[in-house]
Design a protein around this ligand. Structure first.
Ligand SMILES: Nc1ncnc2c1ncn2[C@@H]1O[C@H](COP(=O)(O)OP(=O)(O)OP(=O)(O)O)[C@@H](O)[C@H]1O
Length: 921
């Protein structure tokens, strides 16, 4: 209970507002709450302006908090001139001396809430948001400062899609090289950062290698989140965060790890993390446009040195269209807070430094003069102090400044004039505007640097109460700058989108016109080069050139036309791309038809020019021909020959086409090659069908066709095959010296061979078991399994005495290739009788071999068919791999309990099982 009361009391204390603050502001609604403060929407009672009031509770609780508060104020003041950085209007110290009040310009929402709401941001909005974000970061980085806490809830946005970066509590300068001291001292970066989802890998692995890349990583995460509508890497712990990052990125190299710097955490990066393709960047953002993905990929790079810089990012195609004057705003010097960023001071030092700042700014203020005190006086400090533009203006008029100094203050006329000038400059003279911004930045910097605390330690700083002349002039300049800047901001904000659109409109047209004219020139140059080449060729070899140009004319396809169409395609593509990108400027684009019309006109013009050139060239040719009679003759001859060849080719083609048509083939294609190919394909299909039918037939009639029948059938087939071969060979003449007189051709030679064979068979049959015939090397053709069948056939065909006496099938004579041996006999000048003998022997063996092979083949086909049938049956079921649920691993058919049906890969066991299954029998 006591605990509850304490919490309640604490909550009440956080919520309650200082009375004086309440007297100034009409506080309406709570906008948000962060780790350090609560933000309300409020209205200034006097000016009626709506503001955001942030109460930083216990702003100086410890050194870390004190430093955070201090940094926030210092950096916000330094960057307030930028349109994309939230503007700090006022600072108040609370009466309890613990809290702190910051008054900001009011923004309607933050990016986190907008993304959360779903499809609020369209592509163009995302691009504009990103542009402004990069713009702000570019400005911050130009002052050599890093924000370090970029996340959607720190990006404020209004209904006009204007964006402002907030929360500079973690920002720090990079100008000091000893930034790692900070990490050493606080070592609690994680405490600072509300969420790890936007943390760069180098921070996650606790590397000390801090660069501006930290912010660029944050930008990548934010863009990814806008596109994906949820955070890219939602790590549940630091390790998990690293894993998520590594999973999404391409392979981590040693160089990447080295670039992050040596740290205990880099070990995490070098671990072999399992990658899930679903969480790769490409996969996570597959619905995004190419530009978006490319920007995210360029920002989310592990190596911080390889990440896109803000300067480069602003020129990225995803955002480049929004560029206007403020994009060029840059600090040209480092922002260095008065209390050094890399050192840790005590609480009082931070507090005093801030109070002094407030005092300085409010000194002489009409409304706050009663509250203005010396920073050493705590009781008086406890009263709230207000710093406003109005009070400062009043103070400028009422203060004790000399008339000479007052003269320097801009009058209202001057301000109006300068505002008008800036309006002009802002919209028309980018360079001038840049200069103003530069001056502004320089002045702001000078102002920060000129504060006593910047040069001296805080104690000394508090002693220095009287501001110097330099500071006064600085103040004036800042005041002037504020006016100017307000004008620029208003101007830019009002015309931002419109200006971008108009500029885009113009530039699109300009670039299109430019590319068209460039292409036109290019085409012209090409045409001229072609013509020149033609001319040269005519001079060198008139007849060929003539033919070439004629064929070009016939084809009616001049080269530039082809190039035109390519170019047209390219132009169209790029135009379409632009078109899809710039939906807001859609109406301002030239229509497709218009563009095509233009291109067509150009094309026609070009063609006409080409024709003219060719005519000219023809005339020239004719003139040359007339001048050179001998050349004319050659030309005529050549053209005659070409015509003749053309005619023959035409005739041939027609003949072939007629042939294929007469065969009833549907022949749309006019080329002969296509006909032939179709025919071959058809025949192949027919052959396949026949083979299958034959196999089916043999299998179905396996019982009827016993081995003897099959073999006799095969024998017949073989004979007819041999006869066919013989018929072809019969007409050929035998080489000289191979055969005896009278056997001039193969026919007679074969007859002789047959006779010899008959005789040998007789002899063979009469032999005893010691016959010396060698067997063929059949190892590669069949295995021992099939040899049994061979032996059986052998028995039936040749009931030879050697049956069973010798393992005549399973062994072979090594080193003897009978095929090549018999083939070579023809080349050697061996006596004809011996040749005949050997040939006969070879033929006999070959036939045996063929028979065995045929049987082996049949056997093979039979087995194949068997499995095919089995698989076909299996395929009628769903493939188990594609089916989820309990049946996923079912291999057994319910009606055949003993058989396994793994239709993906039948193993040896499967085959054996199938063999023994009733189906195979
Ligand atoms: N100027 C503003 N206009 C409107 N809303 C604002 C403004 N500034 C801040 N907010 C809202 O208040 C929330 C908290 O603000 P801020 O981030 O400054 O607080 P914080 O305590 O520093 O937060 P964090 O925990 O992120 O450090 C923001 O997310 C935003 O929604």
């Amino acid at each position: 209970m006591a605990n509850y009361q304490a919490v309640h009391a604490q909550e009440r204390r956080i919520q309650e507002l200082d009375q004086t603050v309440e007297s100034i502001f009409d506080v309406r609604k709570r906008m948000g709450k962060g780790a350090y403060g609560i933000v309300w929407k409020a209205t200034d009672r006097r000016t009626k302006n709506t503001v955001a009031l942030k109460k930083v509770f216990d702003a100086f609780r410890d050194e870390t908090d004190a430093q955070r508060t201090y940094r926030e104020v210092i950096f916000l003041r330094a960057f307030r001139c930028h349109p994309n950085i939230v503007r700090l209007l006022d600072i108040f110290k609370a009466s309890n001396n613990l809290d702190f009040y910051l008054v900001f310009e009011f923004m309607e929402s933050d990016l986190h809430n907008v993304i959360k709401r779903g499809n609020v941001l369209k592509d163009v909005h995302k691009r504009f948001v990103m542009y402004q974000l990069i713009n702000a970061i570019k400005f911050i980085h130009s002052g050599n400062v890093i924000h370090r806490d970029l996340k959607p809830s720190n990006i404020l946005i209004d209904s006009k899609c204007r964006l402002k970066v907030a929360d500079f509590g973690l920002a720090r300068t990079l100008s000091s090289r000893r930034i790692y001291d900070d990490l050493e001292q606080d070592g609690m970066l994680t405490d600072y950062v509300a969420t790890r989802w936007y943390r760069a890998p180098e921070i996650l692995v606790a590397s000390r290698n801090y660069t501006k890349g930290i912010d660029m990583w944050g930008l990548g995460c934010i863009l990814g989140e806008m596109i994906r509508q949820k955070p890219l890497f939602q790590g549940t712990s630091t390790v998990n965060q690293i894993e998520k990052i590594v999973t999404s990125l391409p392979n981590v190299t040693k160089l990447d790890i080295a670039s992050i710097g040596p740290s205990f955490g880099s070990v995490l990066l070098s671990r072999n993390i399992q990658r899930d393709r679903r969480y790769s960047l490409d996969e996570m953002m597959k619905n995004c446009c190419d530009d978006g993905i490319s920007l995210v990929k360029a920002l989310l790079v592990l190596n911080p040195h390889n990440r896109l810089t803000a300067k480069a990012a602003i020129r990225h195609p995803y955002v480049s269209r929004f560029q206007y004057a403020s994009a060029e705003m840059d600090f040209h010097m480092d922002i260095v807070p008065p209390l050094k960023d890399h050192m840790r001071y005590d609480i009082d030092q931070y507090r005093n430094s801030l109070y002094e700042l407030i005092d300085r700014e409010t000194s002489g203020s009409a409304r706050t003069v009663s509250n203005s005190t010396s920073s050493s006086n705590r009781d008086e400090l406890a009263k709230p102090v207000r710093v406003t533009k109005q009070t400062r203006t009043i103070s400028a008029k009422q203060s004790t400044t000399s008339p000479a100094e007052r003269k320097k203050e801009p009058s209202s006329v001057e301000v109006t004039q300068s505002r008008r000038n800036i309006k002009l400059l802002g919209s028309a003279h980018k360079a001038k505007s840049t200069e103003i911004n530069r001056t502004e930045s320089a002045v702001t910097q000078a102002y920060i640097a000129s504060t006593p605390a910047a040069a001296a330690p805080p104690a000394a700083a508090s002693a220095a109460t009287a501001p110097g002349a330099g500071r006064k002039s600085g103040e004036k300049s800042v005041h002037k700058c504020r006016h100017n800047n307000a004008a620029v901001q208003r101007e830019l904000a009002a015309v931002a989108v419109a200006a971008a659109v108009v500029r885009r409109k113009k530039s699109t047209w300009q670039s299109q016109a430019k590319s068209q004219s460039k292409f036109h020139t290019e085409a012209k140059a090409h045409a001229q080069t072609t013509i020149q080449t033609h001319k040269d060729n005519i001079k060198d070899s008139p007849p060929r050139m003539m033919q070439k140009s004629q064929s070009q004319m016939d084809a009616k396809e001049p080269i530039p036309q082809h190039r035109y169409s390519n170019k047209l395609c390219q132009e169209k593509k790029s135009k379409e791309k632009h078109h899809s990108m710039l939906c807001i400027t859609r109406d301002t684009f030239p229509s497709d038809a218009k563009h095509r019309q233009q291109m067509e006109i150009l094309q026609r013009e070009e063609r006409r020019q080409m024709k003219r050139e060719l005519e000219l060239k023809d005339n020239q040719r004719r003139r040359i021909e007339a001048e050179n009679d001998p050349l004319k003759e050659t030309t005529e001859q050549e053209s005659m020959t070409i015509k003749e060849i053309k005619r023959k080719v035409c005739e041939h083609t027609e003949k072939k086409a007629d042939e294929s048509l007469s065969k009833g083939q549907h022949n749309d294609s006019t080329t002969f090659g296509t006909c032939v190919r179709e025919r071959i394909h058809h025949l192949e299909l027919e052959m396949e069908k026949c083979t299958e039918e034959l196999v089916d037939f043999v299998e179905l009639n396996a019982d009827v066709l016993n081995y003897a029948n099959v073999s006799s059938h095969l024998k017949k087939l073989q004979r007819s095959k041999e006869n066919n071969e013989k018929d072809e060979d019969d007409r050929r003449l035998l080489p000289e010296g191979i055969c005896g007189p009278g056997s001039q051709n193969y026919k007679i030679f074969r007859q002789e061979q047959e006779k010899e064979r008959q005789r040998q068979v007789q002899e063979f049959l009469a032999r005893d078991e010691t016959n010396e015939y060698d067997n063929l090397d059949l190892d590669h053709a069949y295995r021992a399994k099939y040899y049994t069948a061979y032996k059986e056939i052998g028995k039936e065909l040749n009931p030879a005495p050697d049956s069973g006496g010798r393992d005549s099938g399973s062994e072979h004579s090594p080193g003897r290739d009978n095929d090549s041996k018999y083939a070579n006999y023809f080349l050697k000048s061996t006596p004809p009788k011996q040749i005949c003998k050997d040939l006969e022997r070879g033929n006999e063996l070959n036939r045996g071999h063929d028979r065995i092979y045929e049987l082996f083949w049949l056997e093979q086909r039979r087995e194949e068919e068997k499995y095919r049938r089995m698989l076909a049956q299996n395929d009628q079921e769903e493939l188990p791999v594609h089916r989820l649920g309990p049946c996923r691993h079912r291999h057994h058919k319910p009606n055949q309990p003993n058989a396994r049906f793994d239709n993906l890969r039948p193993t040896e066991d499967d085959i054996q099982e199938a063999d023994s299954s009733p189906e195979s029998n």
